[in-house]
Design a protein around this ligand. Sequence first.
Ligand code: DAH
Length: 357
Amino acid sequence: MDDLLTKYLGAIASVADESSLEDLRVAALGKKGEISLKMRELGQMAPEARQTAGAALNRLKDEIDAALRARKATLADAALDERLKTEWLDVTLPGRPRRQGTIHPVSQVTEEITAIFADMGFAVAEGPQIESDWFNFDALNMAPEHPARQEHDTFFMARAEGDDRPPHVLRTHTSPVQIRAMQAQGAPIRVIAPGRVYRMDMDQTHTPMFHQVEGLAIDRDISMANLKWVLEEFCRAFFEVDRVDLRFRASHFPFTEPSAEVDIRCSWTGGQLKIGEGDSWMEILGSGMVHPKVLAAAGVDPAEWQGFAFGMGIDRLAMLKYGIPDLRAFFESDLRWLRHYGFGALDKPTLAGGLSR
Ligand code: DAH
């Protein structure tokens, strides 16, 4: 047994890699290994001899086993050190974009909008895209028989057979997030809610899925004047021009009273759109003072709180700002289109560093 011990300890110490070490383990302790075979011979021994030989064999086995494990750990450490020497990475180096993909204009514009409103104290709120008809319509003062409900070209989710509750819908606007945000945090509140919305519509300026951003500011004495300033400030920052001219046109939305649609002064010369000058007006959003019934539905006391809301199309803002003619191309994942209209992944829009650069 001493010979066996010397033989294996010597071999283990001189083995240079993990697979040769495994061969050694099999040769000694494997099912047909040298030590295992010796264990099997114990059965033919006289009981007394078996006892001493058995104990000695077990010690031998344990010693070889321990030596194998220790050597294995050493070899693994050495292999890791070797890898660390060749596979190192300087994480302090600047990034090297491969310029394969780009940031989609919708993501870029969403970031730009978020940066501008964050600077004015608006947090970002979210809601589900599959929405109950209560949040999407009823809570926004659009009862089931309300005509505006039909105009929304709604996608309805299927219910299980026999379930006659009203179906969920793919949200037709981001306005339900007003309700969810007020339910969750009450008043005062200042949020925007960018996200996907869905309507059954498809042509050069409509796709069944598109993006809106909702705005909501509720406090004790917020007025239309605050709405006007916030939207002017937003448009100046977003379109990156020194002055903008906004026109508030009386309108109607069930969830606001009074309601206004907002147009921005612009000019079209040679197919080129310029914001802030000229004699044309272009509608960019809907807005108004939040209807008392909407506040009440969200658990906010309309006798104590008031404020404004607005909603605008993100895709449309992207088309206007970056001169993109066809909305459908936004969602075709054409790499050539993305290379042309997309943005560098590392150019994050900030107010200080520039929105679009
Ligand atoms: N939800 C409206 C739509 O999708 C847009 C809108 C209008 C949102 C007026 C508002 C608002 O918050 O006050 O057409």
